[in-house]
Write a protein that binds this ligand. Structure first.
Ligand SMILES: NC(=O)c1ccc[n+]([C@@H]2O[C@H](COP(=O)([O-])OP(=O)(O)OC[C@H]3O[C@@H](n4cnc5c(N)ncnc54)[C@H](OP(=O)(O)O)[C@@H]3O)[C@@H](O)[C@H]2O)c1
Length: 214
């Protein structure tokens, strides 16, 4: 049965999934790059994203590896896709990830501003969905052909799918940093009332990994 999953979403100890002032110089907001300190050194990140050999093994890498398993499509918010806000002035911006993004399957980008689909090298096709979260999920499930759909982020997108009780499983890596401001993941959500509980937790020197499910 195809699941809707969040994986490897890094959260600061004070609940922010990105720092303030997102922009070209600060994709994750100010200070936000530290969120991924557990993830970047792993063998999985090095291999799948940097296309390099080497990297750490152990529990952080185990969670990183799980995050890429059995994926047929992704969903992300427009702010995760890039720093452009408002109507697209042109179609020059093609994501942070270069010509061959590390997705290799269809990616559905939630936005209020229509844009034609964009085919990248390596199997990634970005589709821009303006009809809301249910429509994006329906299109992603159809594209995934029985495999799981992963929500990449950011916080605003994950919050909507949690509120709608559509997420089956969510792996969070709580990073030992405080951001103070930014994009709050949990704001306005009563996860227990929505039926979610912590199903698994593992702490490493770099993060506390939680798997939350229903
Ligand atoms: N911590 C992590 O592991 C992690 C992972 C991924 C991303 N990030 C970071 O998170 C940040 C982005 O998160 P975010 O919370 O600011 O935003 P986001 O969820 O990526 O995107 C929000 C935007 O997506 C569009 N959108 C969302 N829901 C929609 C809906 N139902 N209908 C139509 N459009 C919709 C809207 O854009 P428009 O109205 O402008 O179209 C909205 O402003 C970035 O800094 C990114 O690098 C962090």
């Amino acid at each position: 049965m195809s699941k809707l999953r969040v994986n490897a979403f890094s959260v600061a100890a004070d609940g922010f999934g990105a720092g303030p002032d997102q922009g070209r110089d600060h994709p994750l907001g100010r200070g936000g790059e530290q969120l991924h300190d557990w993830f970047i050194p792993t063998r999985t990140f090095q291999r799948n994203v940097q296309r390099r050999e080497g990297g750490t093994t152990g529990a952080d890498d185990d969670f990183a590896a799980r995050s890429f398993e059995n994926l047929g499509a992704w969903i992300m918010g427009r702010n995760m896709f890039g720093p452009v806000r408002g109507p697209w002035p042109d179609y020059e911006w093609k994501g942070w990830w270069g010509a061959n993004p590390p997705y290799h399957v269809p990616v559905f980008v939630l936005t209020h501003h229509p844009r034609p689909p964009m085919e990248m090298e390596g199997g990634t096709v970005f589709h821009f969905v303006t009809q809301g979260i249910e429509a994006a999920l329906e299109q992603a499930r159809a594209a995934a052909e029985g495999k799981d759909v992963r929500i990449g982020g950011g916080a605003a997108t994950i919050r909507q799918y949690l509120q709608a009780r559509l997420i089956d499983e969510m792996h969070l890596a709580i990073s030992p940093i405080l951001l103070g401001r930014g994009e709050p993941l949990f704001e306005g959500l009563d996860l227990p009332a929505l039926g979610y509980k912590v199903k698994e937790h593992v702490s490493t020197g770099a993060a506390m990994h939680l798997v939350v499910g229903r």
